[in-house]
Design a protein around this ligand. Structure first.
Ligand SMILES: Nc1nc2c(c(=O)[nH]1)N[C@H]1C(S)=C(S)[C@@H](COP(=O)(O)O)O[C@H]1N2
Ligand SMILES: [Mo]
Length: 335
């Protein structure tokens, strides 16, 4: 995203799935219960196209599959439409697999995500290496339909499945010295084309961070699924952060380490271009990126022929819930 401002036309290919279709998980489950269908076959006619390039159900561990199936669907926030699955899975930023929007859907399938574990270290009473199954064993998975706003100016509405990060934080018992969380993405050269790239896209591993109180906020989740299914690799399988009031780059994918630390972590984009990407990175129409305005955004799918441009909302529309986290801070200076 350091490289260029995306053109409005860059989303034109998303037109291949014109209708905003969000498959009701309930209808799939009903079909499964009826025994007439199984796994990915339990989808209507267009589904093959929409779920193309997504790992087959066999690659999802059974403990996760059964947990995902048990999550009740929530209501769509009023005035929103869920972004078509195809767009959410074919227009991605995941530099470990390359820097174009299509690289992740093309190449992230090479990543093996099972088995998976997360190292928890630093200022906690219960550090250790937690398997994904263990991490999920003490939480109730929920669906959360959130807006996702990328700093580049596009946005989507995605139905995630995950659990509040606060539940994990309480479980590992941070010490009084823990003031920030630092998150780290896997680096596995053989399976990550962007890491192998000679272009030297970014300094690996991808690092992000939150203040402890931001991490504890009930809107902050760790996601293991979306659209009623496990996370596609291009969206950060098997475990990624989602912080809906911040620019998308904060929502780090494929997490293998969470460190509880005293000092503000040096995060990937902020370290590369501090004038352009702040630590807080709260969505804010009044704070321009040095090279473009943030006042408006393009909701995908979007094209020159069907522009879907709307005003950016402060804190991405979650101000009522999160503004109090920043009282006393000048977010124009410390952005
Ligand atoms: N490890 C890692 N996490 C990442 C990125 C990345 O390149 N690497 N890109 C970020 C950016 S810029 C955005 S906008 C979101 C995109 O998430 P999505 O592809 O699920 O929409 O992932 C974020 N998390
Ligand atoms: Mo982004």
């Amino acid at each position: 995203m350091l490289i260029k401002v995306p053109k409005v036309s860059s989303a034109a290919e998303s037109e291949v799935t014109p209708e905003a279709v969000y498959l009701s998980r309930r209808s799939v489950l009903a079909a499964l219960a009826a025994g007439s269908l199984s796994g990915a076959l339990a989808l209507p006619a267009r589904a093959d196209e929409r779920f193309a390039d997504v790992p087959s159900p066999e690659s999802v561990p059974p403990f996760l599959e059964s947990r995902l199936a048990a999550v009740p669907a929530v209501e769509l926030p009023s005035g929103e439409e869920v972004t078509p699955f195809f767009d959410a899975t074919h227009y991605n930023n995941f530099y470990e697999f390359g820097s174009s929007k299509q690289d992740p859907s093309r190449h992230a399938g090479e990543l093996v995500t099972d088995p998976w574990s997360v190292e928890i270290d630093g200022e906690v009473a219960r550090p250790g290496r937690y398997s994904l199954e263990d991490l999920l064993s003490q939480v109730t998975l929920q669906e959360r339909i959130y807006r996702l706003r990328c700093v580049e100016g596009w946005s989507m509405v995605i139905p995630w499945i995950g659990f509040p990060l606060a539940e994990l934080i309480r479980r590992v018992e941070p010490s009084g010295h823990a003031r920030y969380l630092q998150f780290e993405t896997l680096v596995r050269r053989e399976q990550m084309r962007g890491v192998r790239s000679e272009l030297g896209l970014i300094a690996w591993p991808y690092i992000e961070g939150l203040r402890l109180d931001e991490a504890m906020h009930p809107l902050t989740i760790l996601a293991v699924g979306m659209y009623g299914r496990s996370l596609p690799n291009q969206n950060g399988a098997p475990l990624r952060l989602v912080v809906p009031w911040k620019y998308g780059f904060k929502s780090i994918k494929s997490i293998i380490r969470i460190s509880f630390v005293r000092d503000r972590p040096a995060t990937t984009w902020q370290t590369m271009a501090p004038e352009e990407y702040g630590f807080y990175a709260n969505v804010n129409p009044a704070v321009s990126h040095p090279r473009w305005s943030q006042a408006r955004e393009r909701r995908l799918p979007n094209s020159l022929f069907k522009p879907n441009v709307r005003p950016t909302q402060l804190f991405n529309g979650y101000a009522e819930e999160v503004a109090s986290l920043y009282s006393g801070i000048d977010l124009r200076r410390d952005y």
